[in-house]
Ligand binder design. Structure first.
Ligand code: PSU
Ligand code: MN
Length: 308
């Protein structure tokens, strides 16, 4: 088995069946500018702690897979400029070559599962890009949700994507998509997408029950919990649509491809909205961290009752 470096608080929590929430690191290195990325990473960890769980940010540092980063490690990652973006395909190579990399949703799920963590909070998952029928650009996040038993709390798939195709693929892959508190799927920066959610839950306990039942059925893979951005933080979809269109056109004109697409689009939208997209992104990540901590606590509670 691979050696995983855990922080003392993560070791203590896992040993004592206390709730732990995994957090991704690509959002820090490729999703937000410095210093807001570091401030957000710290605030998200605090949000998880305030909700009674222990945060475990996943990353590869100098060839070592980490579950939980110390404050200096977090700071180094947030300031580094040449950090690799690691998905399932890159993880082993990065570790084997002694590299440093930030984990996407897919790689964070793998790291969390190896560390024994079942719940993970992020901003938005990757998915099927617009024009994927020509580019074939579909995030490895989707297949990971079908393969690795970690429940991922996000504000849905990112609105820069083709959301219809993204949710079609998730259905094909057998990934349960549960929206919190409403019947409509959210669209990352917006609460509404115009699409009905396959499933709905109104409490963290319902999600925890689904998570445990899926495992009990012997089905591999996790859940996508779509948690709508808080109302006061949202940017309405019709306001964002032209901004996203312009970002996509710019990416096309500049020949941006593969792993660079998502960071490029997020950065373009950040400038085009004068930072409003980032403010919304931070708000939704904090909101997701809180819910993930509650789900992790409910899972621990159910397991304690089952074994007691
Ligand atoms: N959510 C955000 N910002 C991000 C990402 C998600 O709010 O930067 C990252 C995640 O790590 C996700 C990745 O897994 O973008 C998707 O990239 P790709 O489309 O290349 O698979
Ligand atoms: Mn891609």
């Amino acid at each position: 088995m691979i050696d995983i470096k855990k922080t003392p608080e993560v070791i203590e929590a896992l040993a004592n069946n206390r709730p732990v929430v995994a957090l991704e690191s690509t959002i820090i290195t490729h999703g937000m500018p410095y210093p807001q990325n570091l401030e957000t990473a710290r605030a998200v960890e605090e949000e998880v702690r305030a909700a009674g769980a222990v945060p475990a940010t996943i990353a590869v540092m100098d060839g070592v897979l980490h579950a939980g980063l110390t404050s200096p490690e977090l700071e180094a990652l947030a300031q580094a400029s040449n950090v690799a973006k690691l998905s399932r395909a890159d993880l082993a190579y990065c570790i084997a070559s002694g590299g440093t990399g930030a984990t996407t949703v897919a790689a964070t799920m793998i790291g969390a599962h190896l560390a024994g963590i079942e719940v993970f909070a992020t901003g938005g998952i990757g998915g099927v890009h617009r024009g994927a029928e020509l580019s074939f650009d579909i995030s490895a996040d989707l297949q990971e949700l079908a393969a690795t038993p970690v429940t991922v709390v996000a504000a849905g798939a990112k609105a820069i994507l083709d959301l219809k195709k993204t949710y079609e693929v998730l259905e094909t892959l057998g990934v349960p998509v549960i929206t919190m508190g409403q019947d409509e799927l959210p669209a990352f920066w917006s609460r509404r997408s115009g699409m009905a959610s396959p499933l709905r839950a109104d409490t963290a306990l319902e999600v925890a029950r689904a998570h445990i039942t899926r495992a009990a059925l012997g089905l591999p893979g996790g859940h996508l919990v779509a948690n709508p951005i808080p109302e006061e933080a949202e940017i309405p979809g019709d306001e964002l649509a032209p901004v996203i269109e312009a970002a996509l056109a710019d990416a096309k004109a500049k020949g941006i491809a593969a792993k660079d697409v998502t960071p490029f689009l997020l950065d373009h939208i950040y400038h085009a909205t004068e930072g409003r997209s980032l403010t919304a992104n931070i708000a939704l990540v904090l909101h997701n961290a809180r819910l993930a901590a509650r789900i992790a606590a409910e899972i621990v509670g159910i397991r304690a009752n089952q074994s007691g």
